[in-house]
Design a protein. Structure first.
Length: 281
């Protein structure tokens, strides 16, 4: 398994907590490299203004990879949703989604979609899901052109009231014919009561977010990561496990990054040995 850590686009507003590192990019990349991470995941803001080429050049300068582009703050910061009842806002969401998929095509990484897909609007589940299906089918066509895997994230009902389980998520992927779509497992959203669904749908699992309860830093909540590690091992999962946690306002980002690296070395001892061996080559 490979590891990465979320870094937050500095153009995103800072009026609410965002999961990921907010330290300057070069400092973040240097620290990630020093602590043995394989890649960086991007929490993107407005894709039309993001300095994509500068970002990818700096990532490569540090010998890291871009693991995924996360779309959560398109919803959290900008209020965009792929099934928004307002046609102009839905169009803006689709344009942003298409731009991000094309960006991922250049970078050869996945795109994660959670809250950005949208909620149930105006107490009308049927219309809300029909609009979502229409938008996701459009993004699927773009993803086919770009050779990009787009990953839907099952979310807790208190975060989003659509696609709350692995079974629901994978069912809409099949029912709507989303050929370039898979799904993303977040340890704070998919509890181990869904383990059988995870095993059944393992072939389309494309990415893992590591977060403790309510997305606090690893080891500070109630989640038993050792149980998830055992599950991933039984699946033969070899993709990214990416840390996506809220910052700790009482400590600097680099210190939190060091703490999370230590947690990973405890939870994923074999992964840690693998990275040590690869650095020695």
């Amino acid at each position: 398994m490979k590891t990465s850590y979320m870094w937050v686009d500095p153009d995103l507003p800072r009026d609410h907590p965002i999961t990921g590192l907010t330290m300057p990019l070069q400092e973040a990349l240097g620290a990630m490299k020093a602590f043995g991470f394989d890649g960086v995941e991007l929490m993107i803001g407005d894709p039309s203004s993001f300095e994509a080429e500068t970002f990818v050049e700096k990532v490569r300068d540090y010998g890291l990879s871009i693991s995924q582009i996360c779309t959560g703050e398109l919803s959290g910061s900008y209020g965009l949703a792929l099934n928004h009842p307002d046609a102009s806002l839905r169009k803006a969401a689709l344009c942003a989604g298409e731009d991000i998929i094309r960006m991922a095509g250049r970078w050869r990484c996945t795109v994660g979609i959670g809250r950005f897909r949208g909620k149930i609007w105006n107490s009308d589940p049927k219309a809300s899901m029909e609009r979502m299906a229409e938008s996701l089918k459009r993004l699927d066509e773009v993803a086919k052109d770009e050779g990009v895997d787009v990953l839907l994230e099952p979310l807790r009902p208190d975060v989003c009231d659509t696609l709350n389980t692995v079974a629901e998520t994978t069912n809409v992927i099949r029912t709507w014919g989303l050929d370039r779509f898979g799904w993303l497992l977040d340890t704070d959203h998919v509890d181990l009561r869904q383990a059988e669904s995870v095993r059944r749908e393992a072939r389309s699992l494309g990415f893992v977010h590591l977060a403790d309860s309510r997305h606090v830093p690893l080891g500070r909540g109630d989640i038993r990561f050792e149980d998830y590690v055992a599950l991933f091992a039984s699946l033969g999962y070899q993709g990214y496990c990416s840390v996506e946690v809220f910052p700790d306002p009482s400590m600097k980002d680099e210190l939190l990054l060091a703490e999370m690296a230590q947690r990973l070395s405890e939870y994923f001892p074999k992964a840690n040995v693998r990275k040590e061996e690869s650095h020695a080559d």
